[in-house]
Design a protein around this ligand. Structure first.
Ligand code: ZN
Length: 60
């Protein structure tokens, strides 16, 4: 381990969520996101894995 080429793909799980109280949606790289509007608990609707290496043009 650690020897040779780095073959790992950088990936990140992003939570898509929905706040039923505010009827707003959001996306957070967080395991348990909270609503940006009311700060309350949200319902996570999806948790897709985003492969960072496949996303170009969004460099920091
Ligand atoms: Zn809310």
């Amino acid at each position: 381990m650690g020897a040779g080429r780095e073959t790992a793909v950088r990936a990140q799980v992003v939570a898509h969520w929905l706040c039923r109280s505010c009827e707003v949606e959001g996306r957070d790289p967080d395991r348990e996101p909270t609503c940006w509007n009311c700060g309350g608990a949200v319902t996570v609707t999806a948790r897709p894995t985003v492969f960072l290496d496949a996303v170009r043009g969004e460099a920091e």
